[in-house]
Design a protein around this ligand. Sequence first.
Ligand code: SF4
Length: 190
Amino acid sequence: MGLETALPIDGVLTTQLQKVINWSRRSAIWPMPFATACCGIELMATAASRYDLSRFGAEVMRFSPRQADLMIVAGRVAVKMLPVLQRIYQQMTEPKWCISMGACASTGGVFDTYAVVQGVDQFIPVDVYVPGCPPRPEQLIEGVMAIQRIIDEDRIPPKGPDGKRMPLQIAIPPTHRVRPQPMPLTVGQS
Ligand code: SF4
């Protein structure tokens, strides 16, 4: 069923150590869900049976940052929660990546108030932005696959001259087209 069926009996497979490391790393991404609002429900749906994030080896949500290498910020982040987010990100193992899921995490969304962080990328390095309010599970999966492609290409996140981690800042394009309403709107009409 696996690799052994593609190899002849007593066959030998040669490769590079770095490719094996990248392959194992990209096949076992362990996310750290930082789900604070409605986007978190879509994150849960992505891991459930219909979308089955397990197909990409990334279903093992860890609630200890020591065991996680992919931060998924799903939902708005209040200013009071920001130190918690930063602390958890700092405690995660290297190399690590970050997905900002949804409009609120990336920009504050409709919550243009003093109490809500207007984009988590001002405080932690974001590698992949997933658009939407909320994003569909397919879009989040596309974001995870973008991280997998980065790992495959051996692009371990670089550090800048100041020693700080440089974000990759990849934006996932929307996966759907806006279509007209299926029936005429009657609200406010006599
Ligand atoms: S982007 Fe939309 S769905 Fe996601 S947390 Fe904000 S309001 Fe909720």
